[in-house]
Structures are given as structure tokens and as C-alpha cells.
Design a protein around this ligand. Structure first.
Ligand SMILES: [Zn+2]
Length: 491
């Protein structure tokens, strides 16, 4: 008996040692962290004048208001004029078209018409400042103040900085006498913050009519994340390959009304409560196979050994990994279609049984999941004939396709990042919010989402929030980034 036990014990030790060896070998065979200087680039020449131009752009109130607000004046023409005044060489050399009255499409004709163009996109509308928070700004939101090493104001991160830095880079290339071989298209929308239907969509319709197909497109969506990913020892330049979709479902429970002194076992309010709580308890499946998981694996070389080993050995650790990633809202959003009950309503008086109660649940779709699959999941999980499920708004959007991380566009972008931020680890990733790229991907073989703002965790809440600002040296890096990208991809 003792001998058998001993043999089992020895066998177990051998298996465990074998597993440890395999895990170690796989972890150590991961590509290491590329050598990188941790020094930030020095300020570029002419930065002060460029900062003043960015400040001027911020001061033009191109605010997109939601459908609930009364229509406000369209300041797009003032923005167009500011661009014309500030970038004379660009406006002399590029063809400019005003699309749908407010958006802009520029064409920098390349010398070789056989080469497919590249498409650089941005939007110059901004979200409003939440009423009542104006006083919390260190510098007023539309002041464009240049102070303490930053340009302050709405649109400095989202995303007048990209419109302006792209124009600065082209003005500089033109001043050097550089001419593109490949055509460069610039598309600047005026209504991204309310869906881009009148701006980006109209530009894409026009490009489609002209049978234009871009080698790749580049839009907002991700950045250089500094200290945002827990444990990462390097800034992470995350190039978004795809963006999540969105659908909101309306759940409606109907039961008999009456006096609350003789209620049924479950009222309409109870039925909606049960439906919502079941949806939270039964989430859509999580996976590490999509672009979110790809991004997490890409970060692995910059992570401490334990996390690197877990990410490198998903064949063994994926159940533990998925559980850990699901525990944080940031990483949970990267690995699954998320479930967010956002509105609930029912009942009018304390002693009246409600005949109806409703809830709205917003789902953000991971690439690979469809709106139809989400509906089927919700019906199965709720499984109550008294609860009907319909789409809440007509604005549901499927997740986009996933751009190739081995394509030429990705390589050009990654190389351009390395020229300005040699300290950063370049990885692919998933964008969890919506951008105009859902439109642009119709005319692009590969839609990437990235701009090289250096963002820490508190910076992320400045986007659409209070004290939005960009570092002045970082703004210079943006200009150098677009110039490097244009040189590599178009010259
Ligand atoms: Zn934006």
C-alpha cells in the first residue's frame, strides 16, 4: 500500500515538474521587450507657433449637441476658415471639398495613380461641457489656454489635436518640397460625437461613388497608454484593429394591474427585476481569441513574470485568466460583449399594481458576436412569456471587422510610433467605444484606430470630462508622428 502511494506521489511530482518546465519554456520563448530609450523626444522646431494654432482651433465652439438639445449654430465655416488661414501651402497644394455643408475632404494627389490611397481621418466637433462643471476647469473649456506645459480645452484630446497635427505635418512636408507618390486623403467629420451620419457617412458615400478604396485608414480610438494597464513596465502604444458594436434592448413586462393588497406572486416590477438580474448573472461568453485578447497577449512582454507566464500559457491558465480579467470593468470589456442595464421604469403609485414595467439594457458587442446572437441570448436567459424583448433604438451597430495586424498599414503606423516614442511597446488592441471608423471601414481594406497622445489613467477621464488637455511636447510628437507616417506610407 505504502509503495503504491509513494509511486503515485512520485508520478504527481513528475507531472507537476513537467508542467512547470513547459510553462517556463513557453514563457521564455516569448519575444522579449524591445530595447527602448525612456527619454521623451525634445520639443520640435516651431512648436510655439503650432501650439497657438491648436489653441485657436479649441476656441472655435464646434459643439455637437444630442437630439434632446435645441439646435445650436454650426461653427464649421469658422473652423474651415481658421484652417485656410493657418495652412496656406496645404490649401494651395491639396484639393479641398466641403461635404454636406460642414465636413471636409482633402486630396493630396500622388504621382503614381496605380497606388491605392491612404485615408487619414479625424473629427473637429466636440462634446458639450456638462452644465454646472464649467467652474471645475483650471482654464475655461474653450479658452485654449497654453499653461503649465499643456494646451487646455475641449477637443485637445478628442480630437482637434489630430486635425491640427495632421495639417501641421503636411504644411511642413510641403515647405520641404516633398511630394507624395501615393495619394493622401484627409477626411475631417463635423458630427462624430452624434454618430457621424451627416459627416463621415456622407464622405464615405462620396468615396464609394468614386470607387475609392484605401490601402488603410487611420482614425482615433487608442493612444499611448502610460501606467493604464496594471503591471505594465512600459508605455503601451495600442493600435486598435476593431471597434465594438452596440445594441440597446427594451424589456417590457406586462401583468394585470389592480390593488396592491392582493398582489400576484410576481408583479411587472418583479418580472423586470428578475429579467435584469438574470442578464447580469448570465453574461455573454468571454474569450481571449478576439482582438482584445490579442492586445493583452501583446502587452505580455512588459508585464511581471507571473502575468507573462499566464498570458503565454493560455492552454493551462485561461480559466483563471478569464476570471481575473472579468473582475475589472476595463479588462472585462476587452474579452466579451458587455451587459449594462441603464434604464428602468414601472409603477405610478405605492398601492397600485403596475400593469407594465420596462428596462433598457445596453450591450457592447465584441467582434464575433452579432446583434441577432445577443437577442437570442437575452431571450434564452430571461425565458419569460410575460417579458417582450425589442430593440430600443434604431441605432444598433454590429462590431466592425478586424484589421490585419500584419498588413502594410499596421507596419507604417508602428514604425512611425517608434520614431517618436522609442520607450513604448507597440501592440494591437480592441477599441471599446464607437468612432467614425465604423463608416470609414467601408472604403478601407484595413481600418486602424490610434493617435499618439500619451495618456495616464486620470487623463482618460478628461476625454469628454473636465480639464481636457494635451502636453505641449506630446503635441509636437503628434506632428512628428503624422509626418513620419506620411513619409513612410506615401512618399
Ligand atoms: Zn472623438
Amino acid at each position: 500500500m505504502a509503495r503504491w502511494l509513494r509511486m503515485i506521489g512520485v508520478g504527481l511530482v513528475v507531472v507537476v515538474l513537467g508542467l512547470v518546465a513547459v510553462v517556463l519554456v513557453i514563457t521564455l520563448s516569448l519575444p522579449g521587450l524591445p530595447p527602448g530609450s525612456t527619454k521623451q523626444s525634445p520639443p520640435i522646431a516651431g512648436l510655439d507657433a503650432a501650439l497657438k494654432r491648436l489653441s485657436e482651433a479649441v476656441q472655435i465652439k464646434t459643439v455637437s449637441y444630442g437630439p434632446a438639445s435645441p439646435a445650436k449654430e454650426d461653427n464649421s465655416p469658422a473652423f474651415h476658415k481658421m484652417l485656410q488661414d493657418n495652412f496656406p501651402l496645404t490649401h494651395a497644394a491639396l484639393k479641398r471639398e466641403i461635404v454636406n455643408g460642414s465636413s471636409l475632404l482633402y486630396t493630396w494627389q500622388g504621382s503614381d495613380p496605380a497606388l491605392p490611397p491612404i485615408l487619414l481621418t479625424a473629427h473637429f466637433d466636440v462634446v458639450p461641457v456638462e452644465p454646472g462643471t464649467e467652474a471645475n476647469w483650471t482654464h475655461p473649456p474653450f479658452s485654449g489656454a497654453i499653461a503649465d506645459g499643456y494646451v487646455w480645452g475641449r477637443g485637445t484630446l478628442d480630437m482637434k489635436q489630430t486635425v491640427m497635427a495632421t495639417m501641421e505635418s503636411i504644411e511642413r512636408l510641403l515647405a520641404e518640397g516633398v511630394k507624395p507618390k501615393r495619394t493622401v486623403l484627409l477626411a475631417f467629420g463635423h458630427d462624430e460625437e452624434v454618430g457621424g451620419e451627416a459627416g463621415a457617412k456622407a464622405i464615405v458615400d462620396l468615396l464609394e461613388q468614386r470607387k475609392t478604396r484605401a490601402l488603410f485608414s487611420l482614425d482615433e480610438g487608442s493612444a499611448i497608454l502610460d501606467g493604464v494597464i496594471p503591471g505594465a513596465t512600459r508605455p503601451i502604444a495600442q493600435i486598435g484593429l476593431s471597434e465594438k458594436g452596440s445594441v440597446s434592448l427594451l424589456l417590457k413586462a406586462k401583468t394585470k394591474g389592480g390593488h396592491s393588497s392582493m398582489p400576484p406572486l410576481q408583479t411587472a416590477v418583479g418580472k423586470i427585476g428578475r429579467a435584469v438580474s438574470r442578464l447580469e448573472a448570465h453574461q455573454m461568453a468571454a474569450t481571449l481569441d478576439g482582438p482584445g485578447g490579442l492586445g493583452l497577449r501583446g502587452v505580455a512582454p512588459a508585464l511581471p513574470f507571473g502575468m507573462r507566464a499566464a498570458l503565454a500559457n493560455q492552454w493551462l491558465f485561461s480559466p483563471i485568466l478569464l476570471r481575473q480579467l472579468a473582475a475589472s470593468p476595463v479588462t472585462n470589456a476587452l474579452i466579451r460583449t458587455t451587459t449594462a442595464p441603464t434604464m428602468i421604469q414601472g409603477g405610478v403609485k405605492e398601492n397600485v399594481l403596475p400593469s407594465e414595467a420596462t428596462a433598457v439594457v445596453n450591450f457592447r458587442l465584441a467582434p464575433g458576436d452579432t446583434v441577432a446572437q445577443v437577442k437570442a441570448h437575452v431571450e434564452k436567459v430571461i425565458s419569460d412569456p410575460d417579458v417582450t424583448i425589442t430593440e430600443y433604438s434604431t441605432h444598433s451597430v454590429e462590431a466592425t471587422s478586424v484589421a490585419d495586424m500584419n498588413g502594410p498599414g499596421y507596419k507604417f503606423i508602428a514604425e512611425a510610433v517608434r520614431t517618436i516614442a522609442p520607450d513604448a511597446l507597440v501592440t494591437p488592441g480592441l477599441v471599446v467605444t464607437g468612432t467614425d471608423s465604423k463608416h470609414y471601414s467601408r472604403v478601407s481594406d484595413a481600418a486602424y484606430r490610434f493617435a499618439p497622445m500619451r495618456l495616464t489613467t486620470p487623463d482618460i477621464s478628461r476625454i469628454h470630462g473636465t480639464n481636457e488637455r494635451i502636453g505641449t511636447v506630446n503635441y509636437g510628437e503628434l506632428i512628428s508622428f503624422y509626418a513620419a507616417l506620411l513619409r513612410a506610407a506615401a512618399m
